[in-house]
Design a binder for this molecule. Structure first.
Ligand code: ADP
Ligand code: ZN
Length: 215
């Protein structure tokens, strides 16, 4: 499958993407994960992106398009992909359209994960992420705690709160989303590609996507 996952921070794009990869070998492409690993490695890209990310702002479109232009040409994308956190602005969506045409790739559709704001806020402040870069499993201290508090079930590394998950950065990320990313819902609706889902449970989201795919 070839899908874009849209939704506010904390809407569950990453969780849904991981579930979908298990269905047919499509790969999850998360610009947030790519950027965080660049920051950890201290690469050029990482140095350029770090400040924006910590402040809860978007990284400039040109940097993101550079990453995605290369990523979509890699071999593993041939079996399908789930774009998680990209595109995030109208210019990114327009450039993606041109890029996909050039690569002769057709999207199946674009999923909009609709989650009430109070649930989003609650999820973001209670989210914990495995600190092991190879693992990055996601937990929630209320709804999906690890078996041992603060320790990843999968790999035993400490689970941490991301540094953009302070209350201040979260508020900023939600504002950024409303201003710059929410308009993509109309953009893809006009393209006839939108599937809007009430996304309070990730299993229900996966079922709705499978139904639309006819699988
Ligand atoms: P979330 O969806 O939970 O906010 P992500 O992991 O998708 O978090 O992204 C983390 C940060 O990385 C964003 O706040 C932003 O600074 C940057 N980022 C990720 N994807 C993009 C993108 N497509 N365009 C611009 N910035 C991005
Ligand atoms: Zn882990």
């Amino acid at each position: 499958m070839r899908l874009i996952l849209l939704g506010a921070p904390g809407a569950g794009k990453g969780t849904v993407a991981k579930l979908l990869t298990q269905l047919d070998g499509s790969v999850q492409i998360s610009t947030g994960d790519i950027l965080r690993s660049a920051v950890r490695e201290g690469s050029d890209l990482g140095k350029k992106a770090q400040g924006y990310m910590t402040r809860g702002e978007l990284v400039p479109d040109a940097l993101i398009m550079g990453i995605m232009g290369e990523r979509l040409m890699e071999n593993d994308c041939k079996s399908g992909f789930l774009l998680d956190g990209f595109p995030r602005t109208i210019p990114q969506a327009e450039e993606l359209k041109i890029l996909l045409e050039k690569l002769h790739i057709t999207l199946d559709f674009v999923v909009n994960l609709n989650v009430p704001k109070n649930i989003i806020l609650d999820r973001l402040t209670t989210r914990r992420t495995c600190s092991n870069p190879e693992c990055q499993a996601i937990y929630n201290i209320k709804s999906m705690p690890s078996k041992v508090e603060g320790i990843c079930d999968k790999c035993g590394s400490p689970t941490i709160q991301r540094d953009d998950e302070t209350e201040e950065a979260i508020t900023k990320r939600l504002d950024t989303f409303n201003e710059q990313t929410a308009p993509l819902v109309d953009f893809y609706n006009n393209e006839g590609l939108l599937l809007d889902i009430n996304a309070t449970s990730s299993d229900a989201v996966v079922s709705a996507i499978r139904e639309r795919l006819g699988s």
